[in-house]
Write a protein that binds this ligand. Structure first.
Ligand SMILES: Nc1ncnc2c1ncn2[C@@H]1O[C@H](COP(=O)(O)OP(=O)(O)OP(=O)(O)O)[C@@H](O)[C@H]1O
Ligand SMILES: [Mg+2]
Length: 265
């Protein structure tokens, strides 16, 4: 499904700020894989997701989706089949548009025609049904402006928008990190339901090691621009946070230093 071969990325090459963000990342995902990604600050997690989405060009290597090399495809083209949810609830939705208008735009992703023809009533029924699934009462506020929603409600809506038109790949970058613990747990539960229920292929960056173990079928650890640990199935399910810390120091040759991660232990 997704095939990343020896991808490298250096930012600000040749300057005093040169930073090798990815030093040869190799990753193969099968259809339906739900992979959690952990690692310290600056490990290259977000950069990996950004490279897949086409935010920046890669320096070398290749990225394939369904056997097609997309390495040179611009971001807007990849957006047709890649859904994304970021850490910041303000990104991903349009604040001054209605909930139903945001959903309608998500459904029309990749199409030329905008909202000029209005939203049909059949379509509204679909949105109503989908919003109801979130369990946040948003189905009764479809003509409210998104700017009026709380961060958690906005993240749940962004998640719905990212999956409304089934994406080939869903990229989640610490999408619950800015939410209060209760709301974060709710959005995470929704994520799990959507990804497993609709058999989506997804990569989810999290700094919460417990979540990384509990969710998905595979876990990847990154350090210093490389994948240093990759575990799946029962072996993943049976991991403990302490196991992860040991794996990290074995593979990285150093202790994991990431305050947010340690706090979320
Ligand atoms: N656009 C950019 N310009 C310059 N340097 C960048 C850019 N994006 C990322 N970097 C650098 O690349 C390295 C990897 O960053 P990245 O954001 O991928 O880390 P991360 O694993 O997501 O960390 P965090 O847990 O803090 O989000 C860091 O040193 C970062 O400063
Ligand atoms: Mg990041």
């Amino acid at each position: 499904m997704l095939n990343i071969v020896n991808v490298r990325k250096t930012f600000n090459k040749g300057t005093i700020n040169e930073k090798k963000a990815l030093r040869g990342v190799n990753l193969h995902l099968d259809e339906g894989d739900f992979v959690t990604i952990i690692g310290g600050n600056g490990a290259g997690k977000s950069t990996t997701l950004n490279m897949i989405a086409g935010v920046y060009p890669i320096d070398s290597g290749k990225i394939e989706i369904d056997g097609i090399n997309i390495s040179r495809e611009p971001e807007y083209k990849r957006a047709k089949y890649i859904g994304r949810v970021f850490q910041d609830p303000m990104l991903g939705t349009a604040a001054d548009m209605e909930i139903q208008e945001n959903l309608a735009l998500a459904l029309r992703r990749g199409q030329k025609r905008g909202l000029g023809w209005g939203i049909k009533s059949e379509e509204k029924e679909i949105y109503h049904e989908q919003l109801k699934r979130l369990g946040l009462g948003l189905e009764d506020r479809m003509s409210s402006k998104v700017g009026l929603l709380s961060g958690g409600q906005r993240q749940a809506l962004t998640l719905l928008m990212a999956t409304l038109k089934k994406p080939k790949l869903l990229l989640l970058d610490e999408h619950t990190a800015a939410l209060d613990p209760k709301t974060a747990a709710k959005v995470l539960e929704l994520t799990n339901e959507m990804v497993t229920g609709e058999h989506l292929t997804a990569l989810m960056v999290t700094h919460n090691m417990k979540d990384a173990i509990a969710i998905g079928n595979r876990l990847i650890m990154m350090n210093n621009g490389k994948i240093i640990y990759d575990v799946a199935g029962d072996e993943k399910k049976n991991l403990t946070v302490d196991d992860l810390l040991v794996k990290f120091s074995e593979a990285a040759g150093e202790e994991l230093s990431n305050d947010r991660m340690m706090l979320a232990k």
